[in-house]
Ligand binder design. Structure first.
Ligand code: IMP
Length: 228
């Protein structure tokens, strides 16, 4: 954050320091103090059993917001392959099994696509920003590409070496992080959040005011009982 005074604390619902560093960087000019789960010691993790990216992102964000009593931002993402009717989708991280590595997942994907000429695919990212009382804002973005027959490039993670981005003529694993963020599903969803961040701060202020009124009303009620 610059020399502005923080109006809100925002917790990124991740322990991944790379992910939170990207988000901190994007929100650096706004009056918000960005933290991540590493700032809070051990807390339980939500079960990601939603049927959509939106459900899972909301689960992570609202679970974290409720436990910490602070606004929380979570993302959920994955790869949708046309020839596989949208698989691996929300199961992208564990496509080849609960403890699958990126390599296992990529090998399974190549096997599943053997003989398919339609290689069209897209990444999806959903960001959910939730407050402790439940309401949330949602941002969604896609990035269109094609799945290659064999991996290319050494950067990135997950399906990056197989995901070819035709507009740049490179796989995501052949791009630098900043090149990838300019076009990727996550970069675009974060960009939209950033463009709207002034409005987001107002929304957070309104939710905080509602929360304060609710607390005030509860205290009056409890005070009333105490008098009798
Ligand atoms: P999560 O949203 O961090 O749970 O990620 C879901 C999974 O989708 C990851 O483990 C990757 O397998 C895949 N994935 C999501 N975004 C990307 C990306 O930018 N590049 C490559 N794989 C991705």
């Amino acid at each position: 954050m610059s020399d502005k005074v923080a109006e809100h604390i925002l917790v990124i619902a991740t322990r991944n320091r790379g992910k939170s560093a990207e988000i901190k960087e994007m929100l650096a000019d706004f009056p918000v103090l960005v933290k991540d789960l590493n700032d809070f010691g051990p807390i339980p993790e939500p079960v990601e059993d939603g049927k959509t990216f939106e459900e899972n992102a909301y689960k992570k964000a609202s679970f974290t917001a409720k436990i910490l009593g602070l606004p929380a931002l979570a993302d959920d993402s994955g790869l949708l392959v046309d020839a596989l009717k949208g698989a691996p989708g929300v199961y992208s991280a564990r496509y080849a099994g609960p403890h699958a590595t990126d390599r296992d997942n990529n090998e399974k994907l190549l096997k599943a696509l053997e003989g398919h000429t339609n290689r069209r695919a897209r990444f999806c990212c959903v960001l959910s920003l939730a407050v402790a009382s439940g309401p949330a804002l949602t941002y969604e973005a896609f990035c269109e590409g094609e799945i290659l027959d064999s991996p290319r490039g050494a950067n990135g993670f997950g399906y990056d070496p197989l995901f070819f981005y035709p507009l740049e003529g490179k796989t995501f694993a052949e791009m630098s992080l900043s090149e990838k963020l300019r076009v990727s599903h996550r970069g675009q969803a974060l960009g939209e959040l950033k463009r709207e961040f002034e409005k987001v701060l107002k929304w957070l202020g309104q939710r905080q005011a509602e929360e304060n009124m609710r607390r005030g009303a509860n205290e009056i009620c409890m005070g009333g009982h105490g008098d009798h």
